[in-house]
Design a protein around this ligand. Structure first.
Ligand code: B16
Ligand code: MG
Length: 215
């Protein structure tokens, strides 16, 4: 029986994906890479910051040292954080607040499992923090999705076994990570039908029969 839900953040609870895209695009242009597109950005969904950087650099011709790459990733994060400055409740995706409220009323515990190191700031600024019992994010992990670590840490913090957790994700890497952790999943977002999740819905505003998912 499911006792806790672990939500991915970007693309599931909040719409920060567009801000990630704009920040990576700005960095790409700094580097003279003019052909970084939305479709390249789709490959960055759920992927760690350093792996996302590689997707940008692959579009150019220049090789960078590891030290330079760290500085470039930091520069992108500065651009991203600048954009997060104006983040508020409006960035919360449709259906998220109502879903969290309902699940808490059913006595379920709520976790976040996100690759983002900016998770605590995003949860605070959007007003989502009071609805979340435990956070597992890029600040806790050493391995990124599709490795199951981020969800295993979330389950541990929630004091639940893998079989008692359901993961909600918008990325293929995230669904793979949930499977590797031995957890059921609900796939949402623009690619929900191709993620290979246990259950599928367009988003948290869709008519999801939670009672069935929680069995
Ligand atoms: P940061 P999620 C992921 O969030 C994003 O989807 C991905 O595009 C980003 O590179 C990653 O977080 C790391 O984010 O640079 O803020 O640490 O979908 O796992 O909530
Ligand atoms: Mg995501």
């Amino acid at each position: 029986m499911i006792r806790g839900i672990i939500f991915d953040l970007d693309g599931v609870l909040v719409s920060t994906d567009e801000l990630h895209y704009r920040a990576w695009k700005r960095l790409a242009e700094d580097l003279g890479i003019t052909n970084f597109t939305k479709s390249d950005n789709e490959k960055q969904r759920g992927v760690s910051r350093m792996a996302s950087l590689e997707i940008v650099l692959d579009k150019g011709t220049v090789s960078y040292s590891e030290e330079e790459k760290l500085r470039l990733a930091e520069r992108k994060n500065d651009y991203y954080k600048e954009m997060l400055g104006s983040l508020d409740e409006g960035a919360v995706l449709a259906g998220a607040f109502d879903t969290l409220k309902w699940l808490r009323e059913q006595q379920l515990v709520i976790g976040v499992g996100s690759a983002s190191k900016n998770t605590p700031m995003i949860l605070q600024k959007t007003g989502l923090a009071p609805y979340i019992d435990e956070v597992s994010c890029g600040l806790d992990t050493t391995l990124s999705k599709p490795h199951p670590e981020v969800f295993q840490i979330a389950a541990h913090k929630l004091k639940l076994s893998a079989g008692e957790c359901l993961v909600v994700e918008d990325s293929a890497a995230g669904i793979e990570a949930a499977k590797a952790a031995g957890m059921k999943s609900l796939g949402v977002g623009p690619y929900y039908q191709s993620l290979g999740a246990t259950y599928e819905a367009t988003g948290l505003d869709a008519p999801i029969v939670w009672e069935e998912l929680l069995q």
